[in-house]
Design a protein around this ligand. Structure first.
Ligand code: SAM
Length: 614
């Protein structure tokens, strides 16, 4: 076949694939629309039968109004000419009447929806300001389009045998010609149409000719690439080691890369013979510390199975300085063999700390991120914790005995407990004297979920929390829990809650002045806030003690295994909170300043609106 005819054949195939794809697209779109409207009708009829008054109203913006450009800012006079037509339906779906109402046009470029749209006092500009810096994703493939494309791909591949490569080409061509945003099937192991679809619960569309979904080869890291496998796997879990949630949505920030730095091979800090200094007592597994000098130089390990070598090699990349006695247990080998193999693999030179492996992005350090680098946590290693003047915590990748880590207490006596003084709960891994591991220690209340029974009932300011029994001073009443908000969400919620004069947001910014120096900056959630409006426990009903009450409680921000949490306790200064008394705490002047300012602004806005109308 000549070169020209080969080209022609390829062109012909592309053209027929394109026609086929267009045809399939048309079919799938028609089937999907039919399914969707049947689905919507079913929903609507269930609403009618439930007799919901809302179901008899529908809103529609007349089409000619959609053409008008949105006005740059709040357009109170509706100059852009946008109207909303309100149609009233009876229970048979017949229109009873229709009225046209002018609508305000906001340049809502970023906000998904506007709260209190009918309330002229809502601070729209302030609310929209909090969305600054966000933008639409231009090439977003909508969820409906994704379902349609997935089905098109399935039919092309299963019914017509088109290869994944050709499908990619023809989808691109079709998308470009018809201006349909599209994804290629696989862009990386974490992006592309197939990956996006695998992340969703697809709607249960009943396609006329449903087959099993296509299986396209997915790429996995090379089985010999230990770090590739670890780094692919760790993304499935929450980076916070205290959390056991897979695909956790609470602790994972938008900046995954920074929050969970990939694991990298560690450089050994000790020469093999220097490991002898780390052994106090020889282990019972043919301990290397008992080897004669001659035997130490013998590096013939002929009898060692290959699988043992492979396992040890992998572990040495992650923990090169682990004691041979411990490694021997993990690898099911004798301690002497571990020692000899380590010597063979890593040599016997004293290692100097390697150059910086982790380049940290300083501009993004607002969020808490654990440190991850080789060598000790010092200025030479670009250690994030060192730079931020904070302690290393459990999520950091440094050794357990890193000097920047809080050492834990070695005391069973509460006034002497270093952890209490530093506003930390005792650490089950470090505080052995008080037996924190088995939760015998009294400084583990938040970890144990300890709380006091609180009665919730009407108070002077809406609902309030009341002591259900006499409470001794210093008693942990409970933990202030709710949704963990990032700064941006916090700003948005704050505007809404202040407007409603009901605010359940509690910040982590404040820290008691006597706290450990690590307190102000460190913590997995430093800089975040807790919002108890929609989720919480009875501590959300503690009102403010203004004017000063005799039974004020205190809020303490406590470190629990590297995370900041909010404990509410009865004040140390007071003898006892009696049964039936209202439990209150001080919200702080700032809280009320914000709320009052807002109330004043609202009043002024009403007055201005009224004057303008007149
Ligand atoms: C965390 S909530 C407390 C529970 C609230 N009373 C309820 O009914 O859900 C805080 C809100 O309670 C009200 N509040 C609490 N203490 C108050 C006080 N001393 N004076 C006026 N309002 C107060 C305010 O509306 C405030 O935004």
């Amino acid at each position: 076949m000549s070169v020209e005819s080969e080209d022609e054949a390829a062109e012909h195939e592309t053209r027929s694939n394109l026609e086929l794809t267009r045809q399939i697209y048309d079919d799938v779109r028609t089937e999907f629309r039919a399914w969707k409207s049947a689905h919507a009708r079913m929903k609507l009829s269930s609403l009618y039968s439930a007799g919901s008054p809302e179901s008899t109203k529908k809103f529609r913006i007349p089409e000619h109004c959609l053409d008008s450009p949105p006005s740059p800012a709040l357009d109170t006079n509706c100059e852009a000419g946008a109207w909303m037509q309100v149609l009233n339906y009876d229970s048979n779906g017949t229109i009873i009447d229709s009225t046209a109402q002018p609508i305000h046009v906001y340049n809502v470029k970023y906000a998904a929806f506007l709260p209190f749209p009918e309330d002229p006092n809502f601070p729209v500009d302030l609310y929209l300001d909090s969305f600054e810096g966000l933008q639409w994703i231009d090439d977003l493939v909508g969820p409906d389009e994704e379902v349609i494309q997935f089905e098109v791909v399935r039919r092309l591949h299963i019914d017509h045998g088109v290869s994944p490569e050709d499908i990619d080409g023809v989808l691109r061509l079709c998308g470009d010609q018809e201006h349909i945003p599209h994804l290629s099937l696989r862009e990386s192991h974490e992006s592309g149409l197939l990956w996006a679809v695998s992340q969703r619960d697809l709607p249960d569309v009943i396609w006329p000719r449903r087959h099993s979904p296509p299986h396209f080869a997915r790429s996995f890291p090379d089985p010999k690439d230990d770090f590739g496998i670890i780094n692919k796997g760790i993304r499935k879990f929450c980076p916070n080691l205290n959390c056991i949630q897979d695909n956790c949505g609470v602790h994972v920030s938008y900046d995954w890369e920074l929050q969970t730095p990939p694991f990298r091979p560690k450089e050994p800090l000790y020469a093999s013979t220097q490991l002898l200094a780390l052994v106090d007592d020889p282990c019972e597994n043919e301990c290397f510390s008992l080897l004669s000098e001659d035997a130490m130089d013998d590096d013939s390990l002929d009898d060692l199975p290959v699988s043992h070598r492979t396992v040890l090699n992998s572990i040495l990349k992650v923990e090169p300085d682990m004691r041979p006695c411990e490694l021997a247990v993990i690898c099911e080998m004798t301690c002497s063999n571990v020692f000899l193999l380590r010597k063979q693999v890593l040599g016997d030179d004293v290692k100097t700390p390697p150059p910086n492996l982790t380049k940290t992005k300083k501009s993004k350090l607002k969020l808490y991120a654990p440190c991850a680098h080789s060598g000790p946590c010092s200025s030479t290693q670009a250690c994030l914790c060192f730079e931020m003047h904070r302690r290393c915590e459990r999520n950091c990748q440094c050794d357990d005995n890193c000097v920047r880590r809080f050492p834990g207490c070695n005391s069973t006596l509460s006034p002497k407990c270093k952890c209490r003084k530093a506003f930390r709960e005792c650490d089950p891994e470090k505080c052995t004297a008080c037996n924190a591991r088995h939760l015998e220690c009294t400084n583990t209340g938040l970890q144990q979920g300890a709380s006091q029974h609180i009665a919730v009932r009407e108070s002077k300011y809406g609902l309030g929390a009341f002591a259900a029994k006499n409470l001794e001073k210093g008693t942990l009443i409970g933990e202030y829990v709710g949704e963990l908000l990032r700064t941006l969400q916090f700003e948005q919620r704050h505007v809404i809650q202040k407007h409603g004069h009901l605010n359940y947001v509690h910040g982590f910014f404040v820290c008691l002045p006597t706290a450990d120096s690590a307190c102000s900056a460190s913590g997995q959630n430093g800089g975040d806030t807790i919002d108890a409006q929609w989720l919480g426990n009875p501590t959300r009903f503690l009102n403010d003690s203004k004017p000063r009450s005799q039974i004020a409680k205190q809020v303490v921000h406590i470190f629990v295994n590297g995370e900041k949490r909010i404990a509410i306790t009865t004040s140390e200064g007071l003898e006892q909170s009696v049964r039936g008394a209202e439990l209150t705490l001080s919200y702080g002047e700032q809280y009320w300043e914000g709320m009052l300012l807002q109330a004043k602004d609202d009043k002024n806005a009403t007055r201005t609106k009224a004057t303008t109308k007149r």
